[in-house]
Design a protein around this ligand. Structure first.
Ligand SMILES: Cc1cc2nc3c(=O)[nH]c(=O)nc-3n(C[C@H](O)[C@H](O)[C@H](O)COP(=O)(O)O)c2cc1C
Length: 418
């Protein structure tokens, strides 16, 4: 068969030759290449010294808890509903008495300025701009008051470690309350420190030390070190002026004697919502509801504490059926895609938190990197909801998701409690 040919039409050629203007801003150029959270992680890894990157990326012991949590999100099947017209997709939710523009928020993480110098300022301001909550850790590197000043209209949450020095802990509760933070997370999965092998192997210390190894590692990552050396010293902003060294402080943070009695005291001190973070069994979820908390976070601390801990996403349906009518259920650990957030909501979670995802964004590009993380998750959430036929978060339901079981207990009859 002969094909009819013609000379190229100059007008058509001109249309084809529309080159994109080069992006002159190097941060934007770098971030434009990121389509997924995993892409942000790769950029973060390239730009951050090995020890702080591994501190963020790693988990405890054999890192099995985290791998299983990731696997659990991969092992789902979505069931779309067809021919359900939706012109707009509403991703907003009401959470603990106020709105969030997206069905996830930023989890508390310590030492954030060590990952990238903008730290919590980048996180809180990006969260504020996107209309989602930001959670400041007790081990934050920007003060309660500064977080409020960079996110004055948005929602700020505070995460409390009840430390050996109870008075110091209570003073943080009071400061967060007077700065207008609306929710307090009481983290309960850290009676002692988890064993993070990567940190031991890297000789990781806070603040990072200049050794022969770290100097070599710094050569391809000059910007991080320039930032580190030319911006205010890294310190635990909420815990400043307490005397003692950084390692003294860390030793103070984990206290094996914390108990429900502490919960009662905090309840008295805190006027807002109280959420217990680190619930890992159905029985404990029930116990916390009986203790009168406003919410729980199903979490194993991103796999950074007890290894081979329950996978929060696996625990979710049972906890929802036991206490979903009586409390707010949040979930974290292993969320790296907007589709993970959608799956958690479909199975009954009221809200989702992201830890590493926000820090990968931060390390990849400071504030612009956190904006990019939120933008990626936002578009993944919208796309997944659109393809499922859900025009708002409330329409997501268990019929949309099947969880595949890769592992199942060999013998449940021996269990007394779970
Ligand atoms: C670098 C890092 C520091 C963290 N610091 C804290 C903390 O100070 N307090 C806390 O309650 N949880 C902390 N977490 C746990 C997170 O709040 C969250 O539970 C976890 O990161 C969720 O898992 P994901 O990283 O897979 O999203 C930290 C997590 C990371 C990665």
């Amino acid at each position: 068969m002969s094909i009819k040919r013609q000379l190229p039409n100059p007008k058509e050629l001109r249309e084809l030759l529309k080159f994109k203007k080069p992006e002159l801003d190097s941060v934007k150029r770098r971030l434009n290449k990121a389509l997924t959270i995993d892409d942000l992680r790769r950029i973060a890894k390239r730009r951050t010294p090995k020890a702080p990157f591994d501190y963020t990326d790693g988990s405890a012991e054999g890192e099995i808890s985290y791998a299983r949590a990731r696997q659990a999100f991969e092992d789902i099947e979505f069931h779309p509903e067809i021919l359900k017209p939706a012109t707009e997709i509403d991703t907003s939710v009401q959470i603990l008495g106020a709105p969030s523009a997206l069905p996830f928020g930023i989890a508390p993480t310590g030492f954030s300025r060590m990952m990238q110098t903008e730290g919590e300022v980048a996180g809180a301001s990006a969260a504020g701009a996107a209309g989602i909550p930001f959670t400041l850790s007790t081990l934050g590197t920007v003060s309660i008051e500064e977080v409020k000043s960079v996110n004055p209209q948005g929602r700020n949450w505070f995460q409390l470690y009840v430390m050996k020095d109870r008075e110091m802990s209570y003073s943080l509760v009071e400061r967060a309350a007077s700065a207008g933070f609306d929710t307090l997370f009481f983290t309960v999965d850290t009676p002692i420190a988890g064993n993070r092998m990567r940190d031991t192997r890297n000789g990781f210390s806070i603040p990072p030390q200049l050794t022969a190894k770290t100097v070599l590692d710094a050569i391809p990552r000059p910007e991080w070190w320039i930032n580190f050396l030319t911006t205010p010293q890294l310190e635990f902003a909420s815990l400043a002026n307490t005397g003692g060294t950084v390692s003294d402080l860390i030793g103070q943070v984990f206290d094996p004697t914390i108990s429900e009695a502490d919960l009662k005291i905090i309840r008295e001190l805190w006027p807002g919502n109280i959420v217990v973070k680190g619930v890992q069994t159905v029985a404990d979820a029930q116990r916390m509801v009986d203790a009168g908390v406003d919410g729980i976070v199903l979490s194993n601390h991103g796999g950074r504490q007890l290894d081979r801990a329950p996978v929060p996403f696996h625990l979710l349906p049972e906890v929802v059926s036991a206490v979903g009518q009586h409390t707010t259920i949040m979930l974290d650990t292993g969320v790296t895609n907007g589709a993970d957030v959608v799956a958690a909501h479909a199975l009954g979670a009221d809200f989702v938190l992201v830890g590493r995802a926000w820090l990968y964004g931060l390390m990849a590009g400071g504030r612009a990197g956190v904006d990019k993380m939120i933008e990626i998750m936002d578009s993944e959430i919208r796309r997944t909801m659109g393809l499922l036929g859900a025009s708002n978060v409330a329409e997501l339901n268990p019929d949309h998701v099947t969880q595949f079981a890769r592992l199942a207990p060999r013998n449940t009859t021996l269990s007394t409690k779970h």
